[in-house]
Design a binder for this molecule. Structure first.
Ligand code: GTP
Length: 326
């Protein structure tokens, strides 16, 4: 068996922005409420997460207090910023020190682009739940995003970057809703080595089932790994720009991540009651849905709107397919 691909993921941002909270909700089954008892991270906390058998994420959760960050940028610079696959930088939208936050971010970007030029950069503007009610159009988020893109451009210019490298990508997040899953699913999607093959298999199975959508979830985190459906055979981040219409009704672009959040919560409640979540099937007037284990490390959701399709047929196809998927 080939050894799994190892990817170094840096989790950075000012103290209290929510880095350890995110990591704990996604990878350690914490609820958002549980994170209130987390203490500040001292220096760097490393952990390894195995994902889908073929991928190991080496997560470096870098404590965000100024003294630590100054060290990362000086004596620890080579250790921290070399061989990075992805930087996830977390901002607190409620921060009152935005100018200072940006200066630190710029220093980090320089260090990263110099030491790991190919690294992907994702910025999560967190704690959106605290501002969404006063600012439903998310103007503050858009302003912050535009400042961040400006910083990225300045860094590239100074490093005489020819523009080949990807620009940073920004997501609004909150640990209290599915936006956290949306952001992390998009990030992880880019790290899975054979993702186009997985998506091709998913599409093949969806066609066989006469289904409109098929979605693959990782079984522990319930992050969305791949999607297939008429407008869905793409990088999940592209969906942000896309109008998805369904018979005149606009579909919720975070509908699968909502399912991630709901099922994860349900699994947690089940295990507290010494029960195990095995799967879900439902038949509505014009729609059949199943959400079943596909392999040891994945669940699959299939949605059909063809009235001829029976739940049993979908289950049979998934059972047959599981033998071909690892
Ligand atoms: P350091 O370890 O010091 O670098 O901080 P950190 O970035 O890891 O912050 P941490 O995850 O410890 O979170 C600090 C506090 O913010 C905790 O009390 C969390 O419950 C809270 N928090 C994190 N994310 C959110 C969010 O999306 N919304 C709200 N309202 N609170 C959050």
């Amino acid at each position: 068996m080939s050894s799994p691909a190892r990817k170094k993921v840096l989790l950075m941002g000012k103290s209290g922005s929510g880095k350890t909270s995110m990591r704990s909700v996604i990878f350690s089954n914490y609820t958002a409420r549980d994170t209130r008892r987390l203490g500040a991270t001292i220096d760097v906390e490393q952990s390894a997460v195995r994902f889908l058998g073929g991928l190991v994420l080496n997560l470096w959760d870098c404590g965000g207090q100024n003294a630590f960050v100054d060290n990362y940028l000086s004596s620890q610079k080579d250790t921290i910023f070399s061989n990075v696959a992805v930087l996830i930088y977390v901002f607190d939208i409620t921060s009152t020190e935005w100018e200072g936050d940006l200066r630190y971010f710029e220093d980090i970007l320089f260090a990263l682009r110099e030491n790991s030029p190919e690294a992907g950069i994702w910025v999560l503007i967190n704690k959106m739940d605290l501002v969404d009610k006063e600012d439903p159009k998310r103007r503050k988020y858009e302003e912050r995003k535009s400042d961040l893109l400006g910083v990225d451009e300045r860094v590239r210019k100074e490093l005489k970057d020819d523009g080949i490298r990807e620009v940073l990508r920004c997501f609004p997040t909150s640990i209290w809703d599915e936006s956290l899953y949306k952001a992390w699913s998009s990030i992880i999607h880019t790290l899975i080595p054979n993702i186009s093959l997985i998506t091709a298999h998913l599409t093949y199975l969806r066609d066989l089932c006469l289904a409109v959508e098929a979605v693959l979830f990782e079984s522990d985190t319930f992050l969305v790994i791949a999607k297939s459906g008429s407008p869905l055979d793409c990088d999940p981040t592209d969906l942000d720009e896309m109008e998805i219409e369904n018979g005149g009704k606009e579909l919720d672009q975070q509908r699968f991540e909502k399912i991630s959040e709901i099922i994860k919560g349900f699994k947690k409640t089940s295990s507290r009651n010494h029960e195990q979540y095995h799967g879900f099937e439902a038949k509505f007037d014009d729609c059949t849905v199943i959400l079943e284990p596909l392999t040891k490390s994945t669940y699959i959701m299939i949605i059909s709107v063809d009235p001829r399709v029976e739940t049993g047929a979908l289950l049979y196809n998934v059972h047959q397919a599981s033998a071909h998927m690892v």
